[in-house]
Design a protein around this ligand. Structure first.
Ligand code: IMP
Ligand code: MG
Length: 180
């Protein structure tokens, strides 16, 4: 069972639901006369994205992008690769980049540069989790669900070696799982 590898639950399903609804309401307020394009950074943000867009009540569109920076380890390599690019053109659009977690900032620093070069009207960053103590690159989120300590977390879309994404809550992975 996946649950046995979890040291402690950080955010329950209820806590996630409540916070994500608040974030959606905030986006609703901030984009009154605009139709934002939400860009989910795959794969980690897919569950957050699905819940977030359902808590936004105004018109919006979605697109998906995949980048890789980790391999199977637990620290960012600093080398970021676009694995899947957007389908939509973003020039002149109000885009919101939706991420699961902002850690060193390597991934987003690179990604935001690429997106900026395509001249969107505006660009904001929405992350469910933030580990500010780990930051190497100067990246700040406009919308941040929770600040967390420097622990490796999984669930609600976040993985370790592609597993645990299907846990409905977010929990700290037992270090013995990745120190094997
Ligand atoms: P960064 O480039 O170091 O900011 O890492 C960002 C990416 O690393 C995230 O989008 C996640 O995919 C992954 N990541 C960072 N910390 C964790 C964690 O605690 N659990 C699972 N994935 C993580
Ligand atoms: Mg990710």
């Amino acid at each position: 069972m996946l649950h046995q590898d979890i040291e402690r639950i950080l955010f329950t399903e209820d806590e996630l639901r409540t916070r994500v609804a608040e974030m959606g309401a905030q986006i609703d307020q901030d984009y009154v006369d605009r139709k934002p394009l939400l860009i989910s950074v795959l794969r980690g943000s897919f569950i957050f994205m699905a819940d977030l867009v359902r808590s936004i009540t105004r018109p919006c569109t979605v697109d998906f992008m995949a980048v890789s920076s980790y391999g199977a380890g637990v620290t960012s390599s600093g080398q970021v690769k676009i694995v899947k690019d957007l389908t939509e053109q973003i020039e002149g659009k109000d885009i919101i980049v939706v991420e699961d977690i902002l850690d060193s900032g390597n991934t987003l620093h690179y990604l935001l540069q690429i997106l900026q070069a395509r001249h969107p009207a505006s660009i904001r960053l929405c992350t469910l989790l933030d580990k500010p103590s780990r930051r190497i690159k100067p990246v700040e989120a406009d919308y941040s669900g929770f600040s967390i300590p420097d622990e490796f977390v999984v669930g609600y879309g976040l993985d370790y070696a592609e597993q645990y994404r299907n846990l409905p809550y977010i929990g700290i992975l037992k270090p013995c799982v990745y120190q094997k």
